[in-house]
Design a protein around this ligand. Structure first.
Ligand code: C5J
Length: 241
């Protein structure tokens, strides 16, 4: 059953966010901020992102915006959910198709998932590199979803948690735009959630992939969802205060 089916229409306040392809009606009592994989493994040198051959510094630009969104949601007492891409130490939840291909195979010394790197074992739950960067670290009462896949719904209890919180609308940020962020938005859309991607709170190692993802999300009347800036989101909520 889809979330909107059993929850029915929201009776609460309805900020309207200026968005693309058209305004996003965002029921205040049904919305959560979903931050995807803001981990050291992707954002800092010595982690998975760099092991894949990427310049991780390109992702740093969004940190102040993500921080400001977090502060805004916390100040408004709205739910915040963090995801972390990670695997069990025995790699039982990491298929060979991910471990073998998700690395620079042409480099003989390339690090793979589970290998010991400068920040501990790459992409393994609990290792130093797997932690969310301190600037946007979860508060003790915020929900963290540990996900073995790219989409945050695969092999996790995210759907159940969202239903328990009566969430139907997701404000999505994090990294990387075209991989885990986009996968999660598509999974969410299939499950009946309305998703808005915050353009300046998501980043890719490839600027052209970020742009393409934003266009894909909002194409064809918002086939996956909406996009908007953090300021437009905050302005819509602030108008209701
Ligand atoms: C990747 C992610 N890129 N969080 N993960 O492998 O986007």
């Amino acid at each position: 059953m889809y979330c909107a089916d059993y929850l029915g229409a929201s009776g609460g306040a309805m900020p309207v966010i200026r968005a693309q392809p058209y305004d996003f009606d965002c029921p205040r009592d049904r919305v959560a901020l979903l931050l995807i994989d803001m981990q050291r493994d992707f954002m800092e040198t010595g982690g998975f992102g760099e092991a894949l051959g990427n310049d991780v510094s390109t992702l740093r630009a969004i940190v102040p915006t993500v921080q400001s969104l977090l502060e805004f949601f916390r100040a408004q007492n709205l739910p915040v959910i963090h995801t972390l891409e990670c695997h069990q130490p025995d790699l039982s939840d990491c298929p060979p198709s991910k471990r073998d291909r998700g690395t620079c195979l042409f480099e003989s010394n390339a690090l793979k998932i589970g290998d010991e790197g400068p920040m501990g074992r790459i992409l393994i739950r609990g290792e130093m590199g797997n932690a969310i960067i301190p600037e946007v670290a979860p508060l003790p009462d915020e929900l963290c979803i540990y996900k073995p896949g790219k989409g945050a719904f695969y092999n996790t209890n995210l759907d159940e948690e969202l239903k328990a919180l009566r969430i139907t609308h997701l404000i999505v940020g994090g990294v990387t735009t075209e991989v885990c962020v986009q996968s999660t938005m598509r999974e969410a859309n299939d499950r009946g959630y309305e998703c808005l991607l915050v353009e300046d709170a998501t980043e890719s190692y490839f600027p052209e992939f970020k742009q393409a993802t934003e266009e894909m999300v909002r194409a064809q009347g918002g086939i996956v969802g909406w996009t908007a800036t953090a300021n437009d989101l905050k302005a819509a909520f602030s108008q209701m205060d």
